[in-house]
Design a protein around this ligand. Structure first.
Ligand SMILES: NC(=O)c1ccc[n+]([C@@H]2O[C@H](COP(=O)([O-])OP(=O)(O)OC[C@H]3O[C@@H](n4cnc5c(N)ncnc54)[C@H](OP(=O)(O)O)[C@@H]3O)[C@@H](O)[C@H]2O)c1
Length: 177
């Protein structure tokens, strides 16, 4: 929620989400799309591309290729906002338009990046009751969805942990009843 609040996406704005296939990214993509933004999402495998497209992304950029170059090819002025949730931040700065925003959950301070014309916003999650209520309300009302990849019984918890370690797209659930 903090990343999307910092973005404050508006209709017609372009937003690049790197790490769009992750837990945070999947929420950010949906909320930016619902605000009317033109969302460009990173994904690699075909099922990941399908996933971000289902969430509403208008464009998909492959990684680990040169994300900034691919984005600038289609948007020569750069995007309004980059929401950086994965990968090396420095090369992505080139994808932000002059005066745009670079929001990151992976940097500690703006000084970590040499940004000439973009505003760099580090994000520190603060799971207050109000924030958690907003997230829960979004799920309950189906405003956003969380993809459940697989449900395991409690006895199968070791298998769930092993699967988690080998990569997931969405959440793994261990049911206790
Ligand atoms: N600062 C804070 O308060 C805060 C709060 C929450 C999260 N975070 C951080 O924010 C990041 C996102 O969290 P999350 O829970 O969404 O993590 P996550 O579920 O692990 O998602 C990261 C996603 O990015 C993909 N990815 C990996 N390398 C990439 C690259 N170079 N370019 C584009 N995508 C790439 C991953 O794919 P693969 O699985 O295929 O590698 C994965 O789908 C994490 O680094 C987390 O530590 C920070």
């Amino acid at each position: 929620m903090s990343a999307i609040d910092a973005c404050a996406p508006q209709s017609g704005q372009t937003v690049l989400v790197t790490g769009a296939t992750g837990g945070v990214g999947s929420q950010v993509v949906q909320l930016a799309v619902q605000a009317g933004a033109h969302v460009i999402a990173t994904a690699h495998a075909d099922h990941e591309k399908e996933h971000v497209t289902e969430l509403g992304a208008a464009e998909v950029v492959d990684y680990p290729g040169d994300i900034a170059s691919a984005v600038l090819e289609a948007h020569p002025q750069g995007v309004d906002t980059v929401i950086h949730l994965a990968g090396d931040p420095a090369p992505l700065l080139a994808a932000v338009r002059s005066g745009g925003k670079f929001i990151s959950t992976l940097i500690g301070s703006p000084e970590q990046l040499q940004a000439e014309s973009a505003t760099v916003v580090p994000i520190y999650a603060n799971p207050t009751p109000a924030t958690l209520d907003r997230l829960a309300d979004n799920q309950a009302s189906r405003h956003t969805i969380v993809k459940i990849q697989r449900v395991y019984s409690l006895d199968s918890a070791p298998a769930a942990l092993a699967d988690f370690g080998s990569g997931t797209l969405g959440k793994l659930v261990i049911a206790t009843d």
